[in-house]
Design a protein around this ligand. Sequence first.
Ligand code: ARG
Length: 465
Amino acid sequence: MTTARGAHGKLWGGRFREPTNAFVERFTASIHYDRRLFREDIRASSVHCRMLARQGIIPREDALKILEGLEQIKGELEAGTMTFRTALEDIHMHVEHRLTELIGPVAGKLHTARSRNDQVATDLRLYLRGEVDEMIQAILAVQHSLLDLAGHHVETILPGFTHLQNAQPVRLAHHLLAYFEMFGRDRERLVGLRPRLNQLPLGSAALAGTPFPVDREWVARELGFDGVCRNSMDAVSDRDFVLELAFAGSVIMGHLSRFSEELILWSSSTFGFIELPDAFCTGSSIMPQKKNPDVPELVRGKSGRVTGHLMALLMMMKGLPLAYNRDMQEDKEPIFDVVDTVTGSLRLFADLIPGLQIRKDKMAAAAAAGFTTATDLADYLVRKGVPFREAHEITGRIVRICVEEQQTLATLPLATMKQVDGRIEEDVHAVLQVEASVNARRSPGGTAFVEVQKALRTAFETLEK
Ligand code: ARG
């Protein structure tokens, strides 16, 4: 018997003599993950159906039946009453199959001038567009949290590090605003990729276009796309938007991971710079004193997973001939995990940052340790006319004396310094204070009070835009 479902209960069963091997059915199915595209699938199908009727490609009354059926299916999917079957492969087949059950053979008209190839590309772009917008909001929330904390800690000074060795003192606000910058670029990257992602594949059909008089521009407008994909073969086989998003997500996770690493170090009893909010930590089942920084640790760990997905996607695409290939079904699990992980991590950080307790005294003590004002001593000599290289050498010798005599630059007697270089005078002591060192760095983008105030204002402005 010939039905719309073909010889073996498949929507494509017509040319097949044997039923699908049961394991192949499971192996090729994507319904267990692509079902999350159902809203986009139904939305795009509805607009496609209306376009077919507007263009006189299918009769209006058929279109109305299809639209009603699609609405009902959306309700069933939202209510969770639809039963999923691997035999029906993916979300597109499930919707079409259910539509046939509801309205009969007229359901088969929906797939006119369309293929699953342009359908899945359209659904994925629609879905990821929504995810990109959420991710942008989540980054904004992190930036707000950072800026708020920074605003309270202009006067808090901690050591800045290079090679994780105490280098020069900086304001905590300055340190936090460094992350504000990173997340600002992350946001720009998403805003930048959005218009490339937001192009309509539908109307490209399987790969070569369609003989029916479709109105792609109308469909694009109805679905909120910025434009239509220009080449039908590219439209069904391009996944650059997935790669770009996976890359942008990897960079975000990299930033969160660096921040995590600092929170982990800073909250250790050895550093003691901060205390993490209880609600974001867990204890140890054996060591009663422990409060572990699980959230930053997991975010740091998950950054590896996200970058792994980027690699998987790049490799999956690289050898594919035009146009659609089934390999591309493998785009969904990684990119879904990327968006879940990145947005989830960002949201956690937006909530964690306001709960951080800052131990100003610990930071201040550490800021003075490790000869962090040595550069200031060298700069002082430079202002007395000593070439910087020589000033560096002189300062190095003074630091060595401090180490040998267990002194700091601030406590070393002037007489001892003068023995190393006679040009050092009484006024050197003002220069060696941590506060003075910080405020001396007035170059644009530096850690001086005036500069940090300026940076805070600029940061507020970027968020208000
Ligand atoms: N489940 C498929 C995917 O995710 C849908 C497209 C299938 N197209 C095809 N010609 N088999 O890529």
